[in-house]
Design a protein around this ligand. Structure first.
Ligand code: GLY
Length: 585
């Protein structure tokens, strides 16, 4: 063969091999793609600061604070106040939550502003004379008796005092919210839907007048004005945070409670305190995970699941494979069983946190996982470590130009909380008392079984699932922030977002948008989002012994910000499942 002919033959041979290479890789046994084909928008890119929340107006408020020289904590406070106006289902002054802060120098802290049980809330306060759970008005979910003492105002004040930039005052941070409440804002499709025909809010005079247009209901495009809430913000601006707990606002809340046989008194409001706590940490495949300690179960359950999953090659499994879903479910089952048994407010009960998040404990937990067959939750009780909601919580996150970061989840618990707007204040009150085990061993509104450690007691904080989280790169710099609402699904949404990024190389928006599953030990079933699992995967999971149920709607409303390694750009992502927006500058 002549040299040119030989060269041509070699060229074609190589070309055929090259062109066929992808086909060769497509052989089923060898098909282990690292990147899932998660169709999704691109994250929002900005070079200075970024805010991602469930409401564009609130995200814009945060960005404006950053532009005026505020840091991430200042902006987070203004966003929390703005959401109390524009996202009344969960944004709040009358609820509570958790703020995780990471400063540019690497220091991290957690602000616990979870609601506290009123002094009159004793163990059986939600049981009738026969020992059965009270239903409807008077229960832990509806009306005046369902509300815990709100923590949001105290939490924001603590965050500002210790970690604000000092360049913006409390009154300045409350001003955008006051203006939104006073001038009004345009009601979105989702907000109009959530208010239309809302029976809970219809039961309480101020709620009905303010949010239901006195029974005439608002339509998408109408304007919602909240003058009483604007006046409450104005009092907070003049009197500071203590006004909410000791001033005219406190007096109005306590007086409305007294008239309606609520549990909360002026003394309860005076006695509320936000607390600073130490975040809990682990590493997952070498990346540091920083999350929320008790009284949220979020961080500990997340870490237990990550520790269990670290023992498996998830990267080598197809993102959508039944093999992966099986293992993720088994991790969820075990960690939620431990949640039910062991977790509660550590100011009141002993929780074996160190044992639960110990990697050796995860090793022992893995020994009970059969790779081919589902365990049953009946046989998987809590392990032996040494030593939840409608979707209506809300999460937001901020990263500023200096690199300070906030990951904040707060809530009224179920959508619009207890349904009660305290007369004359415009403040919707939470129904967080349902996050206690009103009757240990009996499911709460999220179907969560919870134990004695989370029984009701005066001044105790109910166990939460809120999981505001940071993940660091191996060099110790911030990689991304993540969090979501969704009751018990919160922890599993955060888990799956982390796995999507660490194990499947997704970007922050893909990781958030990808379909999710949820298992919480009991009920013993995998919940999946509509269209979220292929029929083949479902069959394979059922074949392994799993039970599947579909959710009528989606799970969660996650928001995250990733720092791009090469450029330092802030990449913001708001869940495509909802109306949120990442806004940067
Ligand atoms: N209210 C839901 C939670 O704190 O988990």
């Amino acid at each position: 063969m002549s040299a040119p002919l030989l060269r041509t033959a070699v060229f074609f041979l190589l070309a055929i091999l090259f062109v066929n290479a992808p086909l060769t890789r497509l052989r089923p046994a060898a098909f282990t793609p690292r990147v899932a084909s998660a169709a999704s928008r691109d994250p929002v890119r900005a070079s200075h600061g970024m805010v991602a929340s469930t409401n564009k107006l609130a995200s814009e408020v945060g960005v404006d604070i950053l532009k005026r020289g505020g840091n991430a904590v200042d902006a987070a406070i203004a966003v929390a106040f703005a959401l109390a106006v524009t996202y009344p289902a969960a944004g709040n002054l009358g609820g509570g939550g958790f703020m995780l802060i990471r400063l540019r120098d690497g220091r991290t802290t957690a602000i616990d502003y979870r609601e506290m049980a009123p002094a009159a809330a004793t163990r059986n306060v939600y049981l009738d004379a026969q020992g059965n759970l009270i239903k409807g008005e008077g229960s832990s979910t509806i009306g005046y008796r369902a509300a815990g003492v709100p923590g949001t105002v105290a939490g924001m004040a603590l965050a500002l005092r210790k970690y604000g930039s000092g360049r913006l005052t409390w009154a300045q941070l409350a001003e955008p919210a006051r203006r939104l409440a006073s001038d009004g804002f345009t009601i979105s499709y989702n907000l109009a839907n959530s208010l239309d025909g809302n029976k809970l809010l219809a039961g309480y005079a101020d709620s009905k007048r303010i949010f239901l247009n006195n029974g005439r209901y608002f339509k998408e495009g109408d304007t919602l004005r909240q003058p009483e809430l604007a006046a409450t913000f104005a009092r907070l601006q003049r009197g500071g945070a203590r006004e909410f707990y000791e001033g005219e606002t406190a007096r109005l809340i306590a007086e409305d409670m007294r008239r309606n046989k609520g549990l909360m008194t002026l003394a309860d409001l005076r006695g509320y305190e936000a607390k600073e706590r130490t975040p809990i940490r682990t590493t997952y495949r070498g990346y540091e995970i920083i999350s929320m300690p008790p009284p949220s179960s979020g961080g500990a359950v997340l870490i237990e699941m990550l520790n269990i999953l670290e023992g498996y090659d998830l990267r080598g499994m197809n993102w959508a494979s039944s093999e992966k879903y099986h293992l993720v479910t088994e991790a969820m089952r075990r960690a939620f069983a431990d949640r039910a048994e062991y977790m509660g407010d550590t100011d009141f009960v002993k929780v074996p946190i160190a044992g639960l998040i110990d990697k050796k404990y995860a090793e022992r937990q893995r020994t009970s996982i059969n790779l081919e067959r589902a365990s049953t939750s009946a046989e998987i009780g809590a392990g032996r470590p040494t030593g939840y909601e409608s979707e209506e919580t809300t999460h937001f996150t901020v990263v500023d130009a200096q690199g300070n970061a906030v990951s904040n989840t707060y809530t009224l618990n179920l959508g619009f909380g207890s349904g009660v707007t305290a007369k004359g204040t415009g403040v919707l009150l939470n129904n967080e008392m349902d996050d206690f085990a009103a009757k240990p061993g009996t499911p709460n509104a999220f179907g969560l079984i919870q134990g004695e450690r989370n029984a009701v007691a005066p001044r105790k904080r109910p166990l939460s699932a809120m999981t505001p989280t940071f993940v660091l790169r191996k060099d110790g710099t911030l990689w991304f922030t993540i969090g979501t609402p969704g009751g018990p699904t919160i922890i599993n949404t955060v888990l799956q977002a982390i796995i999507n990024i660490v194990d499947h190389d997704m970007n922050i928006q893909q990781a958030i948008d990808a379909p999710r599953i949820h298992h919480q030990w009991l009920p013993d079933e995998i919940a999946y989002e509509p269209y979220g699992l292929s029929a083949d995967t479902q069959r394979a999971l059922v074949g392994r012994g799993h039970k599947l149920v579909t959710r009528p709607r989606y799970m969660g409303d996650a928001h995250g910000i990733m720092i791009e390694e090469k450029t330092g750009m802030r990449l913001g992502a708001s869940d495509s499942r909802n109306e949120g927006a990442a806004v940067g500058y």
